[in-house]
Ligand binder design. Sequence first.
Ligand code: 5AD
Ligand code: FES
Length: 352
Amino acid sequence: MVMEPITLQDIEHWLRETDEKALEMLWARADEVRQAAVGHEVHLRGLIEISNYCVRRCAYCGLAAGNRTIERYRMTREEILECALKAVRLGYGTVVMQGGEDYGIEADWLADIIVEIKKQTPLAVTLSLGERPDEELKLWKRAGADRYLLRFETSDPHLYELIHPSLPGKKSDRFEILRRLQQLGYEAGSGVMIGIPGQTYATLARDIHIFSSMDLDMIGVGPFIPSPNTPLGRGEIQFDIDPSEQVPNTEMMTYKTVALTRLVRPDANIPSTTALATINKESGREFGLMRGANVVMPNLTPVQYREKYEIYPGKACINETAEQCSGCLRGRIASIGRTVGTGQGGRVKRPT
Ligand code: 5AD
Ligand code: FES
């Protein structure tokens, strides 16, 4: 299939498209590009939510520091290693250790756990632990970490500063950290939320356009879901945009973003996210996979911690065990005629 490169204007046009027939074409194109670039396999990444402590005060996130309504936990080394072994038993090729930006997760302590996972298992190790200092990112890479996820959330600097306050004395620059991660040899993943209050169509179009220029290996996008104990959830922040320019945080807008992301980054690994599964528990995951995605992230977190990792309410898979999520996702993947990937499922770069 010969395709013109997709322009910023095209992207914005598609985001505003409401005609069902036209959208069918977008889904079909995204699905074709996905098949041609990364094939029919769906890769499983076992998610371990290792800590819900966080020093940040993001206006969207239920784990933000200062939220006294949640009970905090940090998993032990033994619990994490047990989850990694379970990942192997369940046939996953990757574990993702995710947490708030928690300096109680000491760099050496985590490095040692990474070394142990790499010694005992064939797993790829992905980290998603916020804006940690350079030295720590280096240490973890040397310990054997393969990938790092850090969403830039929005490319609008003003909106970013409003919803993601910097720590005192250090301006938060996730683009800079992403470049560093790439230099250090990590596979780097990023992404945005869809329908953040104050996010315009032009902004989301630019976010997607930026994915194409960053050579990202992984791109995760999901709908913004208001979390009650947060400034955004309580509607406390005022935005000065024309209401008709506000991107809705809907399922449809999420599919459009997933599909366009596939068109701009054909060979990236793109998950059908938990946030999407949360707003359509019935079939959100499947539609994501049919409209551009090629990865899912089954939850491996021990059940007693899951409800405490409430970034937003109603999160999918809160009560299921690791075994149930594995069975559930395998069934969903088979139901749409796809197969589960084997091996680590890293990005296989295509010549450009
Ligand atoms: N709704 C949807 N996604 C959210 N995230 C954080 N808070 C919310 C929310 N209320 C996403 C952010 C973050 C990722 C781990 O979860 O994009 O990077
Ligand atoms: Fe957890 Fe379906 S993936 S229940």
